[in-house]
Design a protein around this ligand. Structure first.
Ligand SMILES: C[S@@+](CC[C@H](N)C(=O)[O-])C[C@H]1O[C@@H](n2cnc3c(N)ncnc32)[C@H](O)[C@@H]1O
Length: 388
């Protein structure tokens, strides 16, 4: 019970991570580099935000004219509806406004809209944002926010981590363009992978700092006693930053990186020159229970191999659809339909005899392999093939 409470508290706080301005700027610039008019004349919706201080709202409002936006809509979730509610205080911006309502500030979401030069300054910018309370709490699943979704052309946000699947489905059912933040593990979800395989959704252009994002988090998460590595959680410029691994942008808007093929060596060249000890001087092997070549690093993909290959999920950061096709992913939801055979009792015995540990059953369909006579369980893999 205590553990469940702890896990819930952590999930609640994880839903309250905020994105840094330079991360948003870098990603959005990549779409603009590829197509400078990608946002021109468009209505952009930023749901699951906190417009008064969100960097998404700030970025899009400040660059409204540069992007050529038609309308910017940003909405927030009511503090009372959030899983993590501690320490809520309305901002001065809100309390000093004539429409401030001391009850609604807790129970209602807010909507900020930017579509004209409200203060007659001669330009449309962040100063022209108009706000009011929503009728409801701003839940993205509500009728009110669905209506805004349907009005929008492009949806951009870092949605609550705990509702990522639902949020993704919410966008896809409306057929909208989007740029959102999620975890790399989501690529193998049964609700998401089919879109990646079919080339309808892909990873964004930038992938934070080697896959680790530093989000602005609630300072109550700071516990020096539990933070052994100061690089994972620290204060910077008055903000508490929290490192989260495996973070990516997901999108269906084109960018240049998708059209840059990987420069790869042949199998023989890899074996001779690879910088990876698992590849240099070794032989590539096939899985014991699937007819595909194990490739431990994306930059070790042999350029002259035409068959199926299992590559790390991080391959998707470099994926160029003109160069490779995605065939499948080794997760439980897809392993059987892909034809990955159950590992079998005999393999488990060999694995245990070689010192392998962990609970395994013969009907499991994890990818497994034998390297220098030692049976191993593969890391998570995406299955790909060179484009013919
Ligand atoms: C990961 S934070 C990101 C905030 C902001 N988009 C950013 O990146 O700076 C997700 C936000 O969604 C809010 N949220 C949680 N559940 C929600 C829901 N069902 N509908 C709308 N927003 C929700 C959270 O309270 C939190 O403010």
């Amino acid at each position: 019970m205590a553990n469940t409470n702890l896990a819930n508290a952590k999930t609640a706080k994880n839903d309250e991570f905020y994105t840094q301005y330079p991360d948003i700027q870098k990603e959005i610039n990549a779409y603009l580099d590829y197509n400078p008019d990608v946002f021109r004349g468009k209505t952009v919706l930023l749901p699951c935000d906190d417009p008064e201080w969100s960097n998404f709202t700030k970025f899009f409002a400040q660059n409204f004219e540069l992007l050529g936006l038609k309308k910017l809509i940003s909405t927030s979730f009511a503090p009372e509806s959030k899983k993590f509610k501690e320490g809520y205080m309305p901002t001065l911006f809100e309390t000093e406004s004539p429409i401030f309502d001391k009850d609604k500030t807790r129970t209602h979401g807010k909507i900020f809209v930017l579509d004209h030069d409200a203060n007659n300054s001669g330009r449309i910018d962040i100063e022209d944002l108009q706000w009011q309370y929503l009728e409801g709490d701003g839940d993205f699943r509500s009728k009110e926010i669905r209506k805004l979704r349907d009005e929008a052309d492009i949806i951009v946000t870092n949605p609550p981590f705990s509702l990522f699947r639902e949020f993704f489905a919410w966008i896809m059912e409306a057929g909208k363009k989007f740029v959102i933040i999620g975890n790399i593990n989501a690529v193998s979800y049964k609700e998401i992978f089919p879109y990646i395989k079919n080339g309808e959704v892909w990873l964004g252009s930038s992938y934070f700092n080697g896959g680790a994002a530093y989000f602005i988090a609630d300072a109550s998460m700071y516990d020096p006693a539990k933070m052994s590595n100061p690089k994972n959680a620290f204060f910077q410029d008055g903000k508490f930053l929290w490192r989260v691994n495996g973070v990516r942008w997901y999108t269906n808007i084109d960018h240049g990186r998708r059209h840059e093929p990987l420069r790869l060596m042949t199998m023989a060249e890899n074996i001779k020159h690879s910088k990876h000890k698992e590849v240099k001087g070794q032989q590539y092997v096939k899985y014991d229970n699937y007819d595909a070549l194990e490739v431990p690093y994306y930059d070790s993909i042999p350029s002259d191999y035409d068959g199926l290959m299992g590559v790390p999920r991080s391959f998707l950061d470099k994926y160029c659809p003109d160069q490779f096709e995605i065939i499948g992913v080794d997760s439980t939801d897809f392993a059987e339909e892909l034809g990955i055979a159950p590992i079998g009792e005999e393999w488990i015995q060999k694995y245990k005899a070689a010192g392998g540990t962990g609970h395994m059953t013969a009907n499991m369909r994890n990818l497994v392999l034998t390297v220098d006579g030692v049976p191993k369980i593969s890391y998570a893999r995406i299955l790909i093939r060179k484009k013919q």
